[in-house]
Design a protein around this ligand. Structure first.
Ligand code: F0G
Length: 456
């Protein structure tokens, strides 16, 4: 059969609260047109993030019941550790409450009060960047040039630029404590990194004696793209590909809220004994004892099961196909999207879609507001609202204004997505009626979470 179905059936349901356009207009006004300020009960289809929004399986819920809440040495920790080592056999596995806690610990121990470090990556996620910068060091994005063009349809737009990486290591190698790769490249549209690029990055790291760390939030999606797109991997299982990916790394940071299929969790894993000792010391100060690190025993159980389920081929086939289904339908309607469709989200290029809206009036925000007004769909602007605010208070246009529609794992069915497509078709047909917005109030930093907008 050609139809790819959701490889699960639904046993427990969460009703959606239907709302009308006029109700939503009121909610928007109350929220000052900032979608983060909406009550999620007032959202019909929530595509704000794929982080922590997965539906857990019956086996994961059974694991929750098995959680052992011992302060130290819980069997739940050892089950989690075993499940992770099956995929990523790092020597030290240090649980944290989410990804950014692992980032905070890693970059504090790497910086060791130095302020002249440079940490290269294909593209740092915003919390990763902020955690590096908060230590007074520099986060450097070196994604290859093609990765920056939303319209180019290439298989591995998350690849790091190896020439620029070599130049950096030759010119300033003594300032580079680690090299990073984010798989998949969230800030670049959820684009995967090829195994060839991971291998060559590792070779460069070996030449310059640098550890390679992965920001591996969406490692299973990245592995499935390798299976689909890279020569030599068609006959390998996702698990084998994941194992090969991690065999090149010296460490990883992880938000388990993505590809470990849980609602909260994360970890830092690494091979270096000295760094691990320092990391555990901070962990005890800020997260908890090393066998729970900010999590309950039941969370560790759910992660252990999630790590088995995430590499199942039927799941990954459904996951990648259903995201592509959404993106391809928008492309067919003539809506400009980031190509090819990434693993966890569809990104609309709002500045290209709405050329009549001055970029200083945030076309991405205007589109996100209209999607909520017309269809009750919550998405997220990733453009000048998110990145434009400079430390001195001035504003600089972002290179693109995107709207991200992130797909929670195992949550929505095809008819939910057909509804979203219908809503976007209507917006596209009437797009010339859309107006931009002004920012009427903003905090000094990270304004996108709380700023107020007024429609023009
Ligand atoms: N790295 C990447 C690539 C991420 O996408 C995220 C989170 C993190 C690190 C931080 O993990 O949230 O557990 O602390 N991304 C979410 C998103 C928030 O919506 O893309 P966290």
């Amino acid at each position: 059969m050609k139809t790819i179905i959701e490889p699960f059936r639904i046993k427990s349901v969460e009703p959606l609260r239907m709302t009308s356009v006029s109700e939503r207009e009121l909610y928007l006004k109350k929220a000052n047109y900032n979608l983060f300020a909406l009550k999620s009960d007032d959202v019909l289809i929530d595509l704000l993030t794929d982080s922590g929004t997965s539906a857990m399986s019956t086996k994961q819920w059974a694991g929750i019941q098995m959680g052992d809440e011992s302060y130290a040495g819980s069997p739940s920790f050892y089950r989690f550790e075993h499940a992770l080592k099956e995929l990523a056999p790092f020597k030290h596995i240090i649980p944290t409450h989410q990804g950014r806690a692992a980032e905070k610990i890693l970059f504090s121990i790497l910086s060791d009060n130095k302020h002249d470090q440079i940490i290269p990556n294909n593209t740092h996620f915003d919390t990763t960047r902020a955690n590096i910068e908060s230590t007074g060091n520099q986060a450097l994005d070196l994604v290859q040039q093609q990765g920056l063009d939303p319209q180019l349809d290439l298989p591995f737009k998350g690849d790091i630029d190896l020439i620029r990486l070599r130049d950096l290591l030759e010119a300033k190698g003594e300032h580079v404590p680690i090299v990073m790769l984010t798989i998949t490249n969230n800030s670049g549209g959820g684009q995967p990194v090829s195994m060839e690029n991971i291998r060559q990055t590792k070779a460069l790291c070996q030449e310059f004696d640098k550890p390679l760390f992965l920001d591996a939030c969406r490692f299973a999606e990245n592995a499935y793209f390798i299976k689909l797109r890279e020569v030599g991997y068609q006959d390998k299982t996702p698990k084998e590909i994941v194992q090969e990916i991690f065999s090149y790394a010296d460490g990883m940071i992880m938000s388990a809220k993505k590809d470990a299929l849980v609602n909260m969790g994360g970890w830092l894993a690494l091979n270096d004994d000295d760094l691990a000792m320092k990391a555990r010391n901070i962990l005890i100060l800020t997260e908890g004892f090393p066998t729970y690190g900010g999590l309950s025993g039941r969370d560790l159980e759910a992660m252990a099961v999630g790590l088995e389920e995430i590499v199942e081929e039927d799941y990954l086939n459904y996951r990648i196909t259903s995201t592509a289904y959404f993106g391809k339908a928008l492309d067919k309607l003539g809506i400009p999207i980031v190509k090819p469709v990434g693993g966890h989200a569809v990104y609309i290029d709002a500045r290209t879609m709405l050329p009549h809206i001055d970029p200083h009036n945030y076309p991405g925000q205007a589109l996100a507001i209209e999607m909520y007004r017309l269809g009750g769909i919550r998405s997220c602007e990733i453009g000048t609202v998110m990145f434009g605010q400079q430390p001195d208070g001035s504003e600089k246009l972002a290179t693109v204004d995107l709207v991200r529609m992130a797909m929670p794992r195992r949550v929505y069915t095809q008819s939910h997505i057909d509804y979203c497509i219908e809503c976007l078709a209507e917006i596209h047909a009437n797009k010339n009626t859309l107006r931009g917005v002004d920012i009427s109030w903003q905090p000094p930093m990270l304004r996108h979470f709380t700023c107020h907008f007024t429609p023009k």
